[in-house]
Ligand binder design. Structure first.
Ligand code: F6R
Length: 608
């Protein structure tokens, strides 16, 4: 989603802002722009498309000045063209905005009636005019900014600069992340610490309703009530080096190949190999699990599918009732939360707007809030009672891969802990499950060494118009994840179904042109899944079976198969994620799509 950078500096800031915006590219965007104060006057450059386009514009017509703001825009209101690109400006103020201003129509009508003329189709431009209007009424820029943001509803983070006020930068946050960076002679605003890492590792995170007024290197923060607020300055671990592809052609390929290591790191955090046992997972977690009458799991997209796998694990190992829903539904359907309930929120970015809103709702309903997040300083991490981190490292490819398997590693450990805490698992059970889990990184590495077969099959899949995935038990969410991965990066239509559901409708789609990817570990569900597979084959379906050597041998003649190492049934979702990712990746490569930044998608979804 949109990325924001602001600098109140001591050098020409436009080139520096451009570099910092590159660090936010992973969030997904479709236009970009920068505004600076040159001799006290606002000047801006904007361009649709990627940052190299903006770079070319700046080379042609450089921007000078020591105070500036920059933005990568992921279009919500209006096409991704130059007019709709940020910064939006009046003669007095330039602003960049991430989020959605829900009451922009009313505000625009009000301001238009007073003579304000709008040039873009965006919701964001209204913020620039509102600030300008308050300044015209005699308010100082910071006071006008505070008064304006107080009138905005929806979710936003905003950065502003003002004509004639060199060194002044105002930021505001409600629902979308914004960090303040502290340098020796400069101060910064950024969507995340990663954007600010080349400048400083001293960062404070604004809280909802906060406004920050930066003058030169000094920053003063005010809370929603306008009172001066102290926000802790944290020393962040965000890496300075722009994460590179380490010799891979795409971040996605690199991230797929990092999985043995990062799943290993995540497991090392949760499991003590000496037992092996699950380590202490966080203050109060075991007690919460022991007494929880129900666990509500909530997330979006790939993180939601990780949660779906978790549901199977919690119910089986912990006999813990699980309710699960996508965040955009859960938060609005007035769910019935039990007394003594716990709610688990899963998010790679830790900033997904719907997941964060659902978390707040669950807190209001008295649930203990647990979060599995990959970004330790994110809003979701900061608002949870108990944080279970994943150690995937920065995930840059828009399609989630390593974050997913790390989420599964954390969930698996957590589910074992639930089983132990609830008296459902013996010490021997715990050791057996932990032993199998600890073998996952080795198995993943073995599969990645043999990825050639997945490449060839991915190229075949690329020829299809539609692809179906099916699986049973914990392989059902993997079928949905496989379909999501394929459609988002290759733009091939794909759906994931519970294998037993095929004959209730989707089987009508089967013909020779539709590959069916059957995810069938050799476990208790195997025979039933294979029967469903036969039903599909009897109707001309072209089956690609993903199973272990026993499963492949038993299944008989299929169009193609991909072999996964034999393992304890409990661990299979972590291993079977790998071929599913590779198939999507190589299908996308064969189709020549933009794998790391697929069309229309954003990495961190900070709008509803
Ligand atoms: C798909 C993908 C998305 C995210 C979803 C949630 O590959 O990456 O579906 O999983 O947008 O994002 P987080 O996990 O950051 O809350």
């Amino acid at each position: 989603m949109c990325g924001i950078v602001g600098i109140a500096g001591t050098r020409d800031v436009a080139p520096v802002i451009l570099e910092a915006l590159k660090r936010l590219e992973y969030r997904g965007y479709d236009s970009a722009g920068i505004a600076t104060l040159e001799a006290g006057k606002i000047d801006r450059r904007r361009a649709p498309g990627k940052l190299n386009k903006l770079g070319a514009v700046l080379q042609d017509r450089p921007l000078h000045g020591h105070t500036g703001i920059g933005h990568t825009r992921w279009a919500t209101h209006g096409k991704p063209n130059e007019t709709n690109a940020h910064p939006h400006a009046t003669a007095q103020v330039a602003i960049v905005h991430n989020g959605i201003i829900e009451n922009f129509r009313e505000l625009r009508d009000e301001l238009a009636a007073k003579g304000h003329v709008f040039e873009s189709e965006t919701d964001s431009e209204v913020a620039a005019h509102l600030v300008t209007d308050y300044m015209a009424q005699g308010l100082a820029p910071d006071a006008a900014a505070k008064k304006a943001v107080a009138r905005l509803t929806g979710a936003y983070s905003i950065a502003m600069i003002f004509t004639g006020h060199d060194g002044l930068l105002v930021g505001a946050r409600k629902g979308a992340p914004l960090a303040v960076g502290y340098g020796d002679t400069e101060a910064y605003l950024g969507s995340d610490a990663f954007a600010l890492a080349p400048f400083t590792n001293r960062v404070s995170y604004l809280e909802d309703g906060d406004v920050v007024v930066i003058r030169g290197p000094e920053a003063a923060i005010f809370d929603a009530a306008g009172r001066p607020a102290n926000r802790e300055i944290k020393v962040t671990a965000a890496a300075v080096a722009l994460v590179d592809k380490a010799g891979h052609s795409h971040f996605m390929a690199k991230e797929i190949h990092e999985q043995p290591e990062v799943v290993g790191h995540t497991l090392a955090h949760y499991l003590d190999p000496a037992g092996p046992t699950v380590r202490h997972l966080g203050v109060g977690l075991r007690e919460t699990l022991a007494k929880a009458s129900r666990l509500t799991i909530c997330a979006c997209g790939t993180s939601y599918y990780a949660g779906q796998v978790g549901k199977y694990w919690f119910e089986k190992l912990g006999r813990l009732a699980v309710e699960i829903d996508v965040a955009s539904e859960l938060r609005y359907r007035n769910p019935v939360y039990p007394k003594d309930g716990a709610a688990l929120f899963i998010s790679q970015s830790g900033e997904t707007a719907d997941t964060l809103a659902a978390l707040r709702e669950a807190r209001e309903q008295g649930q203990t809030i647990i979060a599995i997040v990959n970004v330790p300083e994110s809003s979701i991490a900061r608002e949870a009672d108990i944080v279970l981190p994943t150690y995937a490292g920065p995930e840059i490819g828009v399609a989630s891969t390593k974050a997913f398997t790390c989420q599964l590693a954390a969930l698996a450990s957590f589910a074992i802990a639930a089983g132990v805490a609830r008296g459902e698992l013996s010490d021997i059970d715990e050791q057996r499950l932990c032993t199998s889990l600890l073998e996952a990184p080795r198995h993943i590495a073995a599969m990645l060494r043999g990825e050639g077969q997945a490449r060839a099959l991915g190229e075949e899949i690329a020829k299809a118009r539609d692809v179906l995935y099916m699986g049973r038990g914990a392989s059902f969410p993997l079928a949905m994840e496989g379909a999501l991965k394929l459609k988002e990066i290759s733009y091939i239509h794909a759906e994931g179904y519970a294998a037993g559901e095929m004959k209730h409708g989707p089987i009508a789609l089967i013909d020779e042109a539709v590959p069916i990817i059957v995810i069938a570990p050799h476990d208790v569900h195997f025979e039933k899944t294979i029967s469903n597979m036969q039903e599909v084959m009897a109707r001309g379906g072209k089956v690609l079976l993903i199973s272990d050597s026993d499963g492949i041998a038993k299944a008989g003649d299929v169009w193609a198969s991909l072999e996964v190492p034999k393992t304890n049934a409990f661990v299979t979702p972590i291993l079977y994620a790998i071929p599913v990712q590779l198939l999507a990746y190589y299908a996308a490569i064969a189709k020549g799509t933009d794998v790391d930044q697929p069309r229309n998608l954003a990495k961190s979804v900070t709008v509803e």
